[in-house]
Write a protein of this length. Structure first.
Length: 369
Protein backbone atom coordinates (compact mmCIF):
# COMPACT_ATOMS: atom_id res chain seq x y z
CA UNK A 1 0.00 0.00 0.00
CA UNK A 2 1.28 3.46 -0.92
CA UNK A 3 -0.01 6.58 0.83
CA UNK A 4 0.86 10.04 -0.50
CA UNK A 5 0.54 13.43 1.17
CA UNK A 6 0.21 17.03 0.01
CA UNK A 7 0.64 20.12 2.20
CA UNK A 8 1.89 23.65 1.64
CA UNK A 9 3.67 23.75 5.02
CA UNK A 10 5.62 21.03 6.88
CA UNK A 11 2.81 20.41 9.37
CA UNK A 12 1.87 17.17 11.11
CA UNK A 13 1.62 15.38 7.77
CA UNK A 14 5.37 15.54 7.27
CA UNK A 15 6.15 13.74 10.56
CA UNK A 16 3.42 11.20 9.86
CA UNK A 17 4.81 10.60 6.38
CA UNK A 18 8.32 10.06 7.81
CA UNK A 19 6.99 7.40 10.19
CA UNK A 20 5.08 5.70 7.37
CA UNK A 21 8.12 5.82 5.10
CA UNK A 22 9.99 3.70 7.65
CA UNK A 23 7.26 1.12 6.96
CA UNK A 24 7.73 1.48 3.18
CA UNK A 25 4.17 2.80 2.89
CA UNK A 26 4.72 6.25 1.34
CA UNK A 27 4.20 7.03 -2.33
CA UNK A 28 5.25 10.69 -2.39
CA UNK A 29 5.20 13.84 -0.29
CA UNK A 30 4.08 16.92 -2.25
CA UNK A 31 5.42 19.98 -0.48
CA UNK A 32 4.75 23.69 -0.80
CA UNK A 33 7.87 24.31 1.29
CA UNK A 34 11.29 24.16 -0.37
CA UNK A 35 12.94 20.78 -0.01
CA UNK A 36 16.00 22.25 1.71
CA UNK A 37 13.83 23.66 4.51
CA UNK A 38 12.41 20.24 5.39
CA UNK A 39 14.01 18.19 8.14
CA UNK A 40 15.92 15.18 6.79
CA UNK A 41 14.54 15.44 3.23
CA UNK A 42 16.58 12.44 2.10
CA UNK A 43 14.25 10.23 4.16
CA UNK A 44 11.26 10.81 1.87
CA UNK A 45 10.39 10.90 -1.83
CA UNK A 46 9.62 14.64 -1.98
CA UNK A 47 8.28 16.74 -4.84
CA UNK A 48 8.40 20.45 -3.98
CA UNK A 49 6.76 23.50 -5.53
CA UNK A 50 7.69 26.41 -3.30
CA UNK A 51 7.61 29.58 -5.43
CA UNK A 52 4.38 30.97 -3.99
CA UNK A 53 5.37 29.98 -0.46
CA UNK A 54 8.66 31.88 -0.70
CA UNK A 55 6.91 34.93 -2.14
CA UNK A 56 4.22 34.84 0.54
CA UNK A 57 6.62 34.73 3.47
CA UNK A 58 9.03 37.22 1.89
CA UNK A 59 6.21 39.75 1.48
CA UNK A 60 4.97 39.19 5.03
CA UNK A 61 8.47 39.59 6.46
CA UNK A 62 10.08 42.28 4.32
CA UNK A 63 7.45 44.31 2.42
CA UNK A 64 6.58 47.72 3.93
CA UNK A 65 3.19 47.49 5.61
CA UNK A 66 1.53 49.97 3.25
CA UNK A 67 2.53 47.86 0.22
CA UNK A 68 1.96 44.45 1.79
CA UNK A 69 -1.10 42.43 0.64
CA UNK A 70 -3.37 41.15 3.40
CA UNK A 71 -2.03 37.92 4.89
CA UNK A 72 -5.37 36.19 4.35
CA UNK A 73 -5.17 36.96 0.62
CA UNK A 74 -1.57 35.79 0.40
CA UNK A 75 -2.22 32.45 2.07
CA UNK A 76 -5.28 31.77 -0.08
CA UNK A 77 -3.20 32.61 -3.16
CA UNK A 78 -0.48 30.26 -1.91
CA UNK A 79 -2.97 27.42 -1.34
CA UNK A 80 -4.69 27.76 -4.71
CA UNK A 81 -1.42 27.68 -6.61
CA UNK A 82 -0.16 24.69 -4.67
CA UNK A 83 -3.42 22.82 -5.24
CA UNK A 84 -3.21 23.28 -9.02
CA UNK A 85 0.42 22.17 -9.09
CA UNK A 86 -0.16 19.10 -6.89
CA UNK A 87 -3.04 18.01 -9.16
CA UNK A 88 -0.66 18.06 -12.14
CA UNK A 89 2.20 16.40 -10.24
CA UNK A 90 0.15 13.59 -8.66
CA UNK A 91 1.44 10.11 -9.41
CA UNK A 92 -0.16 6.73 -8.90
CA UNK A 93 -0.74 5.67 -5.27
CA UNK A 94 -3.50 4.08 -3.18
CA UNK A 95 -4.44 7.06 -0.99
CA UNK A 96 -3.72 10.79 -1.15
CA UNK A 97 -4.04 12.96 1.98
CA UNK A 98 -4.76 16.66 1.55
CA UNK A 99 -5.31 19.61 3.88
CA UNK A 100 -8.67 21.45 3.83
CA UNK A 101 -8.55 24.54 1.65
CA UNK A 102 -5.73 23.33 -0.58
CA UNK A 103 -6.74 20.08 -2.26
CA UNK A 104 -9.88 20.56 -4.40
CA UNK A 105 -8.07 20.24 -7.74
CA UNK A 106 -5.83 17.54 -6.30
CA UNK A 107 -8.77 15.41 -5.19
CA UNK A 108 -10.51 15.83 -8.54
CA UNK A 109 -7.37 14.58 -10.30
CA UNK A 110 -7.10 11.68 -7.83
CA UNK A 111 -10.69 10.65 -8.50
CA UNK A 112 -9.96 10.53 -12.24
CA UNK A 113 -6.96 8.29 -11.54
CA UNK A 114 -8.87 5.95 -9.20
CA UNK A 115 -6.91 7.08 -6.11
CA UNK A 116 -8.81 7.20 -2.83
CA UNK A 117 -8.86 10.62 -1.18
CA UNK A 118 -8.45 11.51 2.50
CA UNK A 119 -9.18 14.99 3.86
CA UNK A 120 -6.82 15.35 6.83
CA UNK A 121 -8.16 17.63 9.60
CA UNK A 122 -5.96 19.29 12.21
CA UNK A 123 -9.02 21.32 13.19
CA UNK A 124 -12.76 20.85 12.82
CA UNK A 125 -14.93 22.30 10.05
CA UNK A 126 -14.23 26.01 9.73
CA UNK A 127 -17.86 27.09 10.09
CA UNK A 128 -18.06 25.36 13.46
CA UNK A 129 -14.88 26.75 14.97
CA UNK A 130 -15.67 30.26 13.74
CA UNK A 131 -18.93 30.02 15.68
CA UNK A 132 -17.07 28.76 18.75
CA UNK A 133 -14.76 31.78 18.56
CA UNK A 134 -17.43 34.37 17.81
CA UNK A 135 -18.65 35.03 21.41
CA UNK A 136 -15.10 35.48 22.72
CA UNK A 137 -14.27 38.01 20.02
CA UNK A 138 -17.51 39.87 20.62
CA UNK A 139 -16.58 40.28 24.30
CA UNK A 140 -13.54 42.23 23.11
CA UNK A 141 -15.53 44.27 20.57
CA UNK A 142 -14.10 42.33 17.62
CA UNK A 143 -15.60 40.37 14.74
CA UNK A 144 -14.06 36.97 14.25
CA UNK A 145 -14.87 37.10 10.53
CA UNK A 146 -12.56 40.10 10.17
CA UNK A 147 -9.53 38.30 11.57
CA UNK A 148 -9.93 34.97 9.73
CA UNK A 149 -9.14 34.39 6.05
CA UNK A 150 -12.41 32.65 5.28
CA UNK A 151 -15.05 33.98 2.91
CA UNK A 152 -17.85 32.55 0.77
CA UNK A 153 -15.38 31.50 -1.93
CA UNK A 154 -13.40 29.52 0.65
CA UNK A 155 -16.51 27.75 1.92
CA UNK A 156 -17.43 26.81 -1.64
CA UNK A 157 -13.99 25.24 -2.11
CA UNK A 158 -14.27 23.47 1.24
CA UNK A 159 -17.67 22.03 0.30
CA UNK A 160 -16.17 20.74 -2.94
CA UNK A 161 -13.32 19.07 -1.04
CA UNK A 162 -15.78 17.40 1.33
CA UNK A 163 -17.73 16.09 -1.65
CA UNK A 164 -14.55 14.68 -3.21
CA UNK A 165 -13.21 13.09 0.01
CA UNK A 166 -13.63 9.33 0.38
CA UNK A 167 -12.44 9.47 3.99
CA UNK A 168 -11.70 12.03 6.69
CA UNK A 169 -8.71 11.67 9.02
CA UNK A 170 -9.37 13.55 12.29
CA UNK A 171 -6.72 14.51 14.81
CA UNK A 172 -9.01 13.86 17.77
CA UNK A 173 -12.44 12.82 18.96
CA UNK A 174 -13.26 16.54 19.23
CA UNK A 175 -12.73 16.94 15.48
CA UNK A 176 -14.52 13.65 14.78
CA UNK A 177 -17.62 14.83 16.61
CA UNK A 178 -17.57 18.15 14.76
CA UNK A 179 -17.34 16.34 11.43
CA UNK A 180 -20.28 14.14 12.35
CA UNK A 181 -22.27 17.26 13.27
CA UNK A 182 -21.39 18.59 9.81
CA UNK A 183 -23.01 15.53 8.23
CA UNK A 184 -19.98 13.28 7.62
CA UNK A 185 -20.77 9.62 8.27
CA UNK A 186 -18.93 8.18 11.27
CA UNK A 187 -17.78 5.16 9.24
CA UNK A 188 -15.83 7.49 6.93
CA UNK A 189 -13.88 9.14 9.77
CA UNK A 190 -10.56 7.84 11.11
CA UNK A 191 -9.21 9.24 14.37
CA UNK A 192 -5.40 9.41 14.31
CA UNK A 193 -3.83 11.53 17.07
CA UNK A 194 -0.51 13.31 16.68
CA UNK A 195 2.83 12.56 18.25
CA UNK A 196 6.09 14.40 18.82
CA UNK A 197 9.67 13.70 17.82
CA UNK A 198 11.33 11.97 20.82
CA UNK A 199 14.77 12.99 19.56
CA UNK A 200 13.79 16.60 20.30
CA UNK A 201 11.03 16.34 22.90
CA UNK A 202 12.33 14.12 25.71
CA UNK A 203 12.58 14.26 29.49
CA UNK A 204 16.34 13.75 29.81
CA UNK A 205 17.74 16.45 32.06
CA UNK A 206 14.33 17.46 33.41
CA UNK A 207 14.19 18.77 36.99
CA UNK A 208 11.31 20.25 38.96
CA UNK A 209 11.74 24.03 39.19
CA UNK A 210 12.06 25.65 42.61
CA UNK A 211 9.11 27.91 41.85
CA UNK A 212 5.81 26.57 40.47
CA UNK A 213 6.13 27.43 36.76
CA UNK A 214 3.15 27.56 34.40
CA UNK A 215 3.92 27.29 30.68
CA UNK A 216 1.77 28.61 27.81
CA UNK A 217 3.05 27.78 24.34
CA UNK A 218 1.68 28.78 20.97
CA UNK A 219 0.38 31.92 19.33
CA UNK A 220 -1.01 33.96 22.21
CA UNK A 221 -4.47 35.24 21.30
CA UNK A 222 -8.15 35.00 22.12
CA UNK A 223 -8.47 31.54 20.58
CA UNK A 224 -6.00 30.16 23.11
CA UNK A 225 -8.32 31.06 26.01
CA UNK A 226 -6.20 34.00 27.17
CA UNK A 227 -9.09 35.81 28.89
CA UNK A 228 -10.20 32.96 31.21
CA UNK A 229 -6.55 32.14 31.88
CA UNK A 230 -5.82 35.68 33.05
CA UNK A 231 -9.00 35.60 35.15
CA UNK A 232 -7.66 32.42 36.77
CA UNK A 233 -4.40 34.14 37.66
CA UNK A 234 -6.29 37.07 39.15
CA UNK A 235 -8.38 34.68 41.26
CA UNK A 236 -5.18 33.01 42.44
CA UNK A 237 -4.22 36.14 44.36
CA UNK A 238 -0.77 36.36 45.95
CA UNK A 239 1.12 33.22 44.99
CA UNK A 240 4.74 32.48 44.37
CA UNK A 241 4.09 31.31 40.83
CA UNK A 242 5.78 32.09 37.53
CA UNK A 243 4.08 32.18 34.12
CA UNK A 244 6.16 31.78 30.96
CA UNK A 245 4.55 32.69 27.61
CA UNK A 246 6.28 31.15 24.58
CA UNK A 247 5.08 32.27 21.16
CA UNK A 248 4.08 35.38 19.29
CA UNK A 249 1.45 37.64 20.83
CA UNK A 250 -1.35 38.66 18.47
CA UNK A 251 -2.49 42.31 18.48
CA UNK A 252 -5.93 41.21 19.70
CA UNK A 253 -4.30 39.94 22.91
CA UNK A 254 -2.49 43.14 23.85
CA UNK A 255 -5.49 44.91 25.45
CA UNK A 256 -6.13 41.89 27.69
CA UNK A 257 -2.50 41.72 28.73
CA UNK A 258 -2.42 45.45 29.49
CA UNK A 259 -5.61 45.17 31.56
CA UNK A 260 -4.35 42.19 33.57
CA UNK A 261 -4.23 43.19 37.24
CA UNK A 262 -3.15 39.96 38.92
CA UNK A 263 -0.08 39.77 41.12
CA UNK A 264 1.50 36.78 39.31
CA UNK A 265 4.03 38.07 36.80
CA UNK A 266 3.85 37.15 33.13
CA UNK A 267 7.14 36.60 31.33
CA UNK A 268 7.08 36.82 27.54
CA UNK A 269 9.74 34.90 25.65
CA UNK A 270 8.52 35.14 22.04
CA UNK A 271 8.61 32.30 19.50
CA UNK A 272 11.18 29.54 20.04
CA UNK A 273 12.64 26.84 17.85
CA UNK A 274 11.77 23.26 18.71
CA UNK A 275 14.97 22.55 20.61
CA UNK A 276 14.57 25.69 22.73
CA UNK A 277 10.88 24.94 23.31
CA UNK A 278 11.68 21.40 24.48
CA UNK A 279 14.22 22.81 26.94
CA UNK A 280 11.59 25.27 28.21
CA UNK A 281 9.14 22.41 28.76
CA UNK A 282 11.73 20.54 30.82
CA UNK A 283 12.06 23.62 33.08
CA UNK A 284 8.30 23.92 33.71
CA UNK A 285 5.86 22.55 36.28
CA UNK A 286 2.74 22.31 34.10
CA UNK A 287 1.59 23.26 30.60
CA UNK A 288 -1.76 25.04 30.34
CA UNK A 289 -3.76 25.05 27.09
CA UNK A 290 -7.17 26.61 27.90
CA UNK A 291 -8.22 27.11 24.27
CA UNK A 292 -11.69 28.07 23.10
CA UNK A 293 -11.14 25.87 20.05
CA UNK A 294 -8.23 23.52 19.39
CA UNK A 295 -8.61 20.55 17.08
CA UNK A 296 -5.60 18.91 18.67
CA UNK A 297 -2.80 20.97 20.25
CA UNK A 298 0.59 19.60 19.20
CA UNK A 299 2.26 21.19 22.23
CA UNK A 300 0.54 18.59 24.43
CA UNK A 301 2.41 15.46 23.22
CA UNK A 302 5.55 17.60 22.96
CA UNK A 303 5.21 18.64 26.60
CA UNK A 304 4.25 15.15 27.80
CA UNK A 305 7.37 13.73 26.14
CA UNK A 306 9.39 16.28 28.12
CA UNK A 307 7.83 15.09 31.39
CA UNK A 308 5.55 18.12 31.70
CA UNK A 309 1.94 17.50 32.86
CA UNK A 310 -0.74 19.25 30.80
CA UNK A 311 -3.98 20.96 31.81
CA UNK A 312 -6.25 21.56 28.83
CA UNK A 313 -9.77 22.79 28.27
CA UNK A 314 -12.49 20.36 27.23
CA UNK A 315 -12.37 21.94 23.76
CA UNK A 316 -8.79 20.79 23.12
CA UNK A 317 -8.52 17.62 21.02
CA UNK A 318 -5.34 16.45 22.76
CA UNK A 319 -7.48 15.77 25.81
CA UNK A 320 -7.62 12.26 24.28
CA UNK A 321 -4.04 11.75 25.55
CA UNK A 322 -4.73 12.75 29.16
CA UNK A 323 -5.71 10.77 32.25
CA UNK A 324 -6.97 12.95 35.08
CA UNK A 325 -4.25 13.82 37.62
CA UNK A 326 -1.94 11.18 36.15
CA UNK A 327 -0.40 13.13 33.30
CA UNK A 328 -2.62 16.22 33.43
CA UNK A 329 -6.24 17.29 33.66
CA UNK A 330 -9.21 18.42 31.56
CA UNK A 331 -11.26 21.41 32.74
CA UNK A 332 -14.39 22.99 31.34
CA UNK A 333 -13.65 25.94 29.10
CA UNK A 334 -14.25 29.36 30.65
CA UNK A 335 -14.30 28.04 34.23
CA UNK A 336 -11.45 29.92 35.92
CA UNK A 337 -12.23 28.38 39.30
CA UNK A 338 -11.87 24.87 37.88
CA UNK A 339 -8.55 25.74 36.26
CA UNK A 340 -7.34 27.32 39.49
CA UNK A 341 -8.22 24.16 41.45
CA UNK A 342 -6.13 22.04 39.07
CA UNK A 343 -3.18 24.42 39.23
CA UNK A 344 -3.30 24.29 43.03
CA UNK A 345 -3.40 20.48 42.95
CA UNK A 346 -0.39 20.22 40.65
CA UNK A 347 1.52 22.73 42.74
CA UNK A 348 1.32 20.35 45.69
CA UNK A 349 1.58 17.14 43.61
CA UNK A 350 4.49 17.74 41.23
CA UNK A 351 4.92 14.96 38.71
CA UNK A 352 6.52 13.96 35.44
CA UNK A 353 4.50 11.81 33.00
CA UNK A 354 6.39 8.71 31.92
CA UNK A 355 4.49 7.66 28.80
CA UNK A 356 5.76 9.23 25.59
CA UNK A 357 3.91 9.93 22.36
CA UNK A 358 5.94 9.55 19.17
CA UNK A 359 4.76 9.22 15.55
CA UNK A 360 5.07 5.44 15.40
CA UNK A 361 1.69 4.70 17.02
CA UNK A 362 -0.19 7.20 14.77
CA UNK A 363 1.45 5.61 11.72
CA UNK A 364 0.27 2.17 12.83
CA UNK A 365 -3.24 3.51 13.53
CA UNK A 366 -3.45 5.04 10.07
CA UNK A 367 -2.31 1.81 8.40
CA UNK A 368 -4.92 -0.09 10.41
CA UNK A 369 -7.62 2.30 9.20
Amino acid sequence: MKISFAATNPCHLYDLARALHRREAVGAYYSGYPRWRLRDPAALPIAAHSGRTLITYALLKYAPRRFRPASRSLFLWQDRGFDRWAARALERCDFIHGIPGQCGELFAAARRMGIRTVLNHATGPVRQWVELLRPEYEKEGLKVTEVTPYDDAYFEREAREYALADFHCAASTVVRDQLIAEGVGASRIWVVPYGADPAIFHARGRAQPEKFTIVLAGQIGLRKGLRPFLETLTLAGQRDWRVNLYGGVLPEAEPLLRAYSGSIELHRHGPLGQLELAAAFRRGSVLVLPSIEEGFGLVVPQALNCGLPCIVSDRVGARDLLQNRENGAIVAYDRPNALLAELQWWETHPGSPQKTHDWEAPAEQLLAC
